[in-house]
Structures are given as structure tokens and as C-alpha cells.
Ligand binder design. Structure first.
Ligand SMILES: C[S@@+](CC[C@H](N)C(=O)[O-])C[C@H]1O[C@@H](n2cnc3c(N)ncnc32)[C@H](O)[C@@H]1O
Length: 291
């Protein structure tokens, strides 16, 4: 069988994904085609034909996407900042909205005094996304990442190895519970930045099949009000941060005001600011440890 034009194949895939209720059918159809053809998505127009084996692979992937398997589980790839991450069953797929929290961390890191090595802690690291993106952007930083779930930790370890092999500064992974009040006591008062994207969806919330059936439940749900893991983070972060150190905590869009109040109720925090995500919804709260 000879190669066939890609354009109608793409159009057919968009139709299939649209009918299946996939939120961004064209984008996903193009990502999958780029993945199968081994080209960057921006170069698809320069690849007008697709071979028979690749066509079979492509149609299989499109069918799985139509069953609402996450795009990132099909390509095995996600990203944060300037790094690619391997993801799949057992680990939370990093989301674009967390990029804003990552950008906040980099800006705050710029302001860290130059008289010591900057120390960064990523609580609830999942695939290692935030910790590894920081380590890539700031090779001078000492980065720690904490994760409770053994499956997620395996992905974080794999990504950490890949990033080290690519030349990034190694991070330290801790298999631990962020609700443990004695977590990382050796770092108390010495941390410049704490970032956290904890499980924060209120129990029982309605989710798309990609999320409900593929992201680990431990990564998603934060108790009846979505704050079960966030609440103990506040005193922990107050203890870890050095004076002038900063934190950014992602939260459910229903909880921005409540998280800001929790931080304000702990007299160690000031400059408490609520930040929206790309869709304008409340998404993370940042605060600074008083000097
Ligand atoms: C929403 S995911 C975020 C992952 C990653 N930070 C990101 O942005 O892609 C939350 C992560 O927290 C982990 N987690 C849940 N409860 C935890 C706990 N008590 N201690 C440590 N990690 C926890 C989950 O296993 C999951 O990997």
C-alpha cells in the first residue's frame, strides 16, 4: 500500500474526536499525527503524506483518544516550563495552569539574596514537574520534592534521572507525607521557595472521563471542602520558609478566599495575593514569610 495524503486523514480524526466529546479535537488530532510521524506539530504541513503502518498506528491512537484516554498517556509526554516529562498511568498529568505558579516561583527566586544557595521545596511533586522545571531553570538551586504515592514517585524518579542525564542539577526526592508535621525538619527556616500543587478538588465533584478515570484519585481529591491536604500545608510552610521566603499554593477555584484567610490567620505570612489562572479563575495564592 502506498502513502496517502495526511490532510483527509486528519479531518477524519477531528470528526471522530469531536463526536466523542473531546474538548480540543483538532489540537489533539494534530498532536497524535505529529507523534506518529515523529515531527514537531508545527511541521505537520510539511509532511503531506502518511505511510500505511503509521496510518494504522494513528487510527488506533485516535480510537483510544475517542475513548477519552488522556492525550498525554498516548504520547507518554507532558511538560512544565522548558522541560518534557514522561507521564502515564499512576501519575497526575501536569496542567498548563500550573505554569503560572512555576513562573511566579522563578520571579521570586530572582529576588533571593546572593549570599546563599537558593533552596526550593516542591510539596506533592507527582511526576516531578515543578521541582524539575525549577532545577532546569535554576541550576544553582538546591531542590527538594516530596511525594507520598509510590507509583507517582516512580515517575518522578524516572524523570529526575532523565533530567540529570540531560545535564540538569539533580534534585532530592523524598517519599513522605506533606501532612506530617515533622516533615523535612532539617530544612526548617532555610527554604527560599515552597511550591505546592496538592490534591484540592472537593470530593464528589464532576470530572471529565480523562481526569476521573486516568488521574490517580489521591492526586485529585482534597476532602469534602478540597482543603484537607492544604490546611496542614500552611503551618508546615511557615516552619520551612526563611524570613522573606515565598510560597505559592494551587487550589480549587472555589477556595482562593479561604486559602488566603488560612494564610492570614498564621501570623508568619504577609503579602498574601490571590492569582487567577489562564481562564481567569482563582488558581493559586502566594505569600511571603515575614522577616
Ligand atoms: C495535583 S497532583 C500535582 C502533581 C504535580 N505537582 C503537578 O503539578 O503536576 C498532587 C500530588 O500530590 C500527591 N499527594 C497527595 N497527598 C499527598 C500527601 N499527603 N503527601 C505527599 N504527596 C501527596 C499525589 O500523589 C499527587 O502526585
Amino acid at each position: 500500500m502506498t502513502r496517502v495524503p495526511l490532510r483527509p486523514v486528519l479531518a477524519e480524526a477531528v470528526d471522530v474526536l469531536h463526536t466523542a466529546g473531546v474538548a480540543s479535537p483538532r489540537v489533539d488530532a494534530e498532536h497524535l499525527a505529529a507523534f506518529v510521524l515523529g515531527v514537531d506539530r508545527s511541521r505537520l504541513l510539511l509532511t503531506p503524506l502518511i505511510g500505511p503502518e503509521q496510518l494504522d498506528d494513528y487510527r488506533t491512537l485516535v480510537a483510544r483518544r475517542a475513548e477519552r484516554t488522556p492525550l498525554q498517556h498516548l504520547t507518554g509526554q507532558s511538560f512544565m516550563g522548558e522541560i518534557d516529562l514522561e507521564v502515564g498511568p499512576g501519575v497526575f498529568v501536569p496542567r498548563p495552569e500550573t505554569e503560572l505558579l512555576f513562573a511566579w516561583a522563578l520571579v521570586h527566586l530572582e529576588a533571593v539574596r546572593h549570599d546563599h544557595t537558593p533552596v526550593v521545596v516542591d510539596l506533592c511533586t507527582g511526576s516531578g514537574a515543578l521541582a524539575l522545571a525549577v532545577a532546569h531553570a535554576r541550576p544553582d538551586a538546591e531542590v527538594h520534592a516530596v511525594e507520598l504515592d509510590p507509583d507517582a514517585l516512580r515517575w518522578a524518579r524516572r524523570n529526575a534521572e532523565l533530567r540529570s542525564a540531560a545535564g540538569d542539577t539533580a534534585i532530592t526526592l523524598h517519599h513522605d507525607d506533606v501532612t506530617d508535621p515533622n516533615l523535612l525538619t532539617e530544612l526548617s527556616g532555610s527554604v527560599d521557595i515552597v511550591v505546592a500543587n496538592p490534591p484540592y478538588i472537593p470530593d464528589g465533584a464532576e470530572l471529565s472521563p480523562e481526569v476521573a478515570e486516568h488521574d490517580p484519585h489521591r492526586a485529585l481529591f482534597g476532602g469534602t471542602d478540597g482543603l484537607a491536604v492544604i490546611r496542614p500545608l500552611v503551618p508546615l510552610i511557615g516552619r520551612l520558609l526563611r524570613p522573606g521566603g515565598g510560597t505559592a499554593i494551587e487550589h480549587d477555584d472555589s477556595n482562593g478566599g479561604e486559602l488566603a484567610r488560612l494564610l492570614a490567620a498564621d501570623s508568619r505570612f504577609e503579602e498574601i495575593v490571590e492569582h487567577p489562572d489562564l481562564a481567569g479563575k482563582p488558581r493559586f495564592v502566594a505569600a511571603v514569610r515575614m522577616s
